[in-house]
Design a protein around this ligand. Structure first.
Ligand code: ADP
Ligand code: ZN
Ligand code: ZN
Length: 754
């Protein structure tokens, strides 16, 4: 075998394997040779004692490993690449940009079935027909073979043949068919599945709306860029008709024989958007989200790649769906934090989508009422075309917003008496009220009145949240649960009481206070089960007076025509967030939630409870709107060199022994600093390190957490430094490798939460 390698093989295979290691692995070609091999096929290879399925990345004539120690790839799983060239290139870029293993990146991008080595299903369907259309029942079908007779008669009535699923639905089994086939009476033809090329159907189910002048202008501007790369920021206030703009852009894309990829934040929360797509278009749509099982996901992927679906709608991970004929990408609510994956491969689907659009030379539209500061900054710098929709599409008027001072007020379940009066007023007019609080459960803390003890999670630095339905204490960070104790864990008196209010407690209070008005609670707990959320939405759409209480879930894309009062109970938590994005998020949330008020013909009112009604930034948001607010925040970020004016990466470490994480990061900092000095990358224009510092939640799920921030005014030096650091951790520096073995570390490029 050694001889074979030396004499015959001058080619080496670079294979990406599903391991965290940030490198490809070299193999000798399989014994069958390299003729049938091209990048994007799967190979089974030996890896230590195991066999792994990897993706062939390249065939080279060089290797850094002594060829005699290389092993042969064992099996070739595919004749054709299962990963198209552009997806492979995309994944290489993603792995490079996020400093992540290419093998794991590919694992994130492709369906599980493919990762596991399942064969790519045959893209054909079976058509059955009679071999000879005889007038009489052939003699080799016995008169008492009822099933065969029935099948024969059926096919005689359909001489062009019937597809197998149709036959099955008519009660003809595969056994019957193969019996007839053996007798030579019927034959089976394998037909290719129809693609959009061969489907003789119209594109639309229903006529599009007549666009208002603003919408028409936007559609025209984006259409002018058709078939070439350009990024558009579509900033349209809530209710301005962005979705209609998307629909009409997609219509043009489909008419040009191309596909559209649409990313939305969370499928379950935007059933209405989805419904509008399905109502409008007659072409097949695939929907890709976390609720799909493996085979559904695989099917969706195949429909997209075979040009059997015209529209691909999905959440974050759908950004990797390969398209046969890409024509347009739309990112709805582009500011939404759910586009950033928070573990493993910490990618931003929005940023990857922009890369894809550039790579395939097609337009991309980022839509939002409240664009992220990064996107606004890019639009100002003319990297993106900034388009606007400033008017509500229907009759609705923008709501009035009031900052309600609650300083020194006694609150009941978080509600001031002024707010309660307003609720009464709106209910009396037969309207609906929406109360927003970003905290589920009954109360965030169980406290002892005698000694001040609070019920904490044993595994996290966090209080346990009290839940009443069903009654228990729950850690929202690690899922730890326990019964509610009757006595204090420290002084053993029975003087425990709940502090603060979550959705359950507010619901309780409102039921008592506004009886008999129904109270509809919408949070993750009340919407478990598939159709639960849809049912709650249906109740709301009945339009009867009601109070809706909910979390973030209520802030997104819903259209509740009868809601005229929206209240935000706790704006102050956003005002004092430790995260530098806290204020940006608060402004987005207020603007989005306010967009839920008065979307019908009724005027809307928004009340924001705060202890700081004089806060300049809140006032600028309320009186001057999101643009001015965003400009103020951008000016602050610029002063501090924070994104989008600086670039950041975050090393995160989790360890079992508190000091180990700090030790590792101190060592790493030392090495990075030497590297920076050596390469003249230190100083204010180079790379700056901050940390190691304990993470905002220092202990979580029994792991101690540390972090170190790496920042730079330019992207390139930041990535150079991080690439160096990652290399040290992964084998470059033995001491570091030894420390790293005892703990978990990761690197997060463009982190969202820190
Ligand atoms: P956005 O996505 O910007 O929040 P939507 O697309 O949901 O706004 O539109 C808000 C409402 O206005 C929807 O009920 C939609 O059907 C309606 N609408 C949008 N465009 C038009 C139009 N050109 N003519 C009439 N109604 C429209
Ligand atoms: Zn106590
Ligand atoms: Zn916990």
């Amino acid at each position: 075998m050694g001889n074979y390698a030396k004499t015959e093989s001058t080619h080496y295979l670079q294979v990406a394997l599903p391991t965290p290691l940030r490198r490809v692995f070299d193999y000798l070609p399989p014994k069958s040779g390299i003729d049938a091999l091209s990048p994007g096929i799967r190979l089974k290879v030996p890896f230590g004692p195991r066999k792994l399925i990897g993706i062939l990345i390249a065939i080279t004539t060089k290797t850094d490993i002594p060829p005699c120690s290389l092993k042969h790839a064992e099996h070739v799983l595919d004749e054709q690449p299962i990963i198209p060239r552009d997806l492979l290139d995309l994944c290489r870029w993603v792995a490079h940009y996020y400093h992540h293993s290419l093998g794991e990146t590919l694992s994130t991008a492709i369906p599980v079935a493919l990762r596991q080595g399942k064969p790519v299903a045959q893209q054909t369907r079976k058509l059955w027909r009679l071999t000879y259309p005889a007038a009489e029942v052939p003699s080799n079908i016995a008169r008492n073979a009822k099933l065969q007779l029935a099948a024969w008669q059926l096919l005689k009535q359909h001489l062009k043949g019937l597809h197998e699923p149709m036959l099955k639905s008519l009660g003809v089994s595969s056994q019957t068919l193969s019996a007839l086939e053996k007798k030579g009476e019927v034959e089976c033809i394998l037909e290719e599945l129809p693609t959009l090329h061969t489907m003789p159907q119209s594109i639309l189910h229903e006529a599009p709306l007549t666009l208002n002048p603003e919408q028409a202008h936007v559609v025209q501007q984006i259409r002018q860029a058709a078939q070439q790369f350009q990024t558009f920021l579509l900033q349209g206030i809530t209710g301005s008709g962005k979705t209609e703009v998307y629909l009409q852009l997609i219509e043009h894309t489909l008419k040009a024989g191309r596909q559209a990829l649409v990313l939305i934040p969370e499928i379950g929360l935007t059933p209405q958007t989805l419904h509008r797509f399905e109502q409008r278009f007659a072409v097949p749509i695939v929907v890709i989200h976390s609720g799909l099982n493996d085979s559904e996901r695989f099917l969706a992927w195949q429909k997209a790649i075979d040009y059997r679906a015209g529209i691909i709608i999905g959440t974050r991970s759908a950004v990797f769906t390969p398209l046969a004929k890409p024509g347009l990408i739309i990112i709805d609510e582009e500011h939404d934090a759910s586009y950033k994956q928070q573990d493993s491969l910490r990618y931003s689907a929005r940023d990857i989508a922009i890369y894809r659009a550039r790579q395939t030379n097609i337009p991309i539209v980022l839509g939002s009422a409240t664009p992220s500061l990064e996107t606004i900054h890019n639009a100002k710098a003319h990297r993106y075309r900034h388009l606007r929709l400033n008017q509500r599409a229907g009759m609705a008027k923008p709501p009035s917003i009031e900052l309600l001072n609650i300083r020194g007020e006694t609150l009941q379940a978080g509600l001031s008496s002024a707010l309660q009066q307003k609720i009464t007023q709106h209910l009396e007019k037969d309207q609906q009220v929406l109360i927003f609080i970003n905290r589920r459960g009954y109360a965030p803390t169980l406290l002892c009145h005698e000694c001040g003890w609070a019920a904490d999670c044993p595994d996290c630095d966090a209080h346990l949240t009290i839940h009443r339905q069903p009654a228990h204490l729950h850690c929202h960070h690690c899922d730890y649960q326990q019964p509610i104790p009757e006595r204090c864990g420290r002084c053993n008196t029975a003087s425990l009481f709940p502090v603060g209010a979550g959705t359950e407690r507010i619901e309780d209070f409102l039921i008592g206070q506004f009886d008999p008005t129904p109270v509809i609670r919408i949070d993750r707990d009340s919407t478990r089960g598939k159709s639960r959320l849809q049912q709650l939405f249906k109740d709301i759409h009945q339009g009867e007076p009601a109070i809706l209480v909910g979390t973030q879930m209520l802030a997104k894309g819903h259209h509740f025509p009868k809601v005229t009062l929206v209240a935000i109970l706790d704006a102050d938590s956003g005002l004092f967030s430790s995260d530098f994005r806290g204020l940006e998020r608060l402004g987005q949330l207020i603007t989005q939630v306010a967009g839920r008020a008065g979307r019908g013909t009724l005027a809307g009112e928004v009340v924001i409870q705060t202890h700081h009604p004089e806060s300049p930034i809140l006032n600028s948001l309320v009186t001057e709107g999101y643009d001015t607010f965003a400009n103020t925040l951008l000016a602050e970020r610029e002063k501090l060199g924070l994104p989008p004016y600086g670039y950041i990466g975050l090393f995160r470490v989790e360890c079992k022994k508190h000091e180990e994480g700090e030790q590792l990061l101190l060592q790493l900092r030392e090495l990075i600093n030497q590297f920076l000095q050596h390469n003249n990358l230190n100083g204010p224009l180079g790379v700056t390190l901050l940390g190691p510092l304990p993470a905002p939640m220092e202990k979580r799920q029994n792991w101690y957490r540390w972090q170190m921030l790496v920042s730079s005014p330019a992207r390139q030096p930041l990535h150079t430094a991080i690439a160096f650091a990652v290399h040290q951790l992964e084998g470059g520096n033995q001491m570091l490798v030894k420390l790293a073995r005892k703990l978990r570390w990761s690197v997060d490029i463009d982190p969202q939460d820190m």
